[in-house]
Design a protein around this ligand. Sequence first.
Ligand SMILES: Cc1ncc(COP(=O)(O)O)c(C=O)c1O
Length: 357
Amino acid sequence: MTQQLINLTRGVPPVDVFPTEDLADCFETALKRDADVLLQYSHAGYAPLRQWLGARHDASAEQVLTSNSSLEVFMFITQTLLAPGDRAFVESPSYDRAITLLRRTGAEVVGIPLEKDGVDVAALEAELQRGAPVLMYVIADFQNPMGVTSSLEKRRRLVELAEQYDFWLVEDAPYRQLRYWGEDVPSLRSMAPDRVLHMSSFSKILSPGLRLGYVVGPEAAIAKFSQWALDSYIGPVLPTQGMVYEYCQRGLLDANIEHLKALYRPRLETIRAALDEHIPQATWTEPEGGFFVSGDLPEHCHIADLIQRGKQVGLKLSNGRGFFPNPENGNHFLRIPFCSLTPEEIKEGVERLASIV
Ligand SMILES: Cc1ncc(COP(=O)(O)O)c(C=O)c1O
């Protein structure tokens, strides 16, 4: 009998969580109601959705730019703010595509080691002495790839340092609303709205195929990014923005988030328990939400070897090196997404992993 492959690489939602019927109904309603706007060019996105998002973030519609994915928003931010030779700080490890987009501007990308409660502040201060960045990219909630959340104390310090050294904090928060237990920590934006560009996305709380992301920030910065967007592609895809606006204003988004949390919470519990039981020789993070748990593997266990051995037991693993500005630091790092696997697949996957570690 051939063994079913278990894929531990992709941070995507399972397909059975997409609310297809509701979205289809919202699409039809939105299009019939507002076709003149939704089928025309736009600037900065669908105004009612920008307004709705603004209200959720204590901001005006003018402080919100919606776009085709938060990655695209990040592209506008990086292209607008950074020039070759500028410095950009990231947590190390960080989201691999964000590192790529920063590098494409010609900026020097500097990794600040990430600990279980946020960045290593002493290392950040030492790096700031060498030269302040234009921006620092931070995933403060249920970080990709580590799964950790920055403490209130470290968030306060980040904001203080950003003020002192005059740099932007780009807070990327696609997982923030997926907390399975514990208390929310205030967002960086709530602490320093003039200093923080808060990005988020509908990819993890509704559907990634929508490619719908946004940034909330000071009006002047948003105007600059909007102008960049206008000059590049005029405006984002609108009919889906109309559909999502209708979905949100019917109150369905919050219900969907609750549904996702109820589904993902036991998956996180299952993977944490299985990792502790079967692979205690690695150090695993203890996320309270999001999509990822990660581990530092024992010294003898190089990630490239593990990926090869995984193939022999029907396990697909991702190479942790891509998450580190200096890939050497990721030789023993493993990120495991757990949301799209059932508890049974998680148990089986962790047992297979244990057999090759
Ligand atoms: C931290 C982070 N930012 C952004 C994204 C991508 O979001 P979007 O689908 O809106 O481009 C992801 C997806 O994995 C992510 O983990």
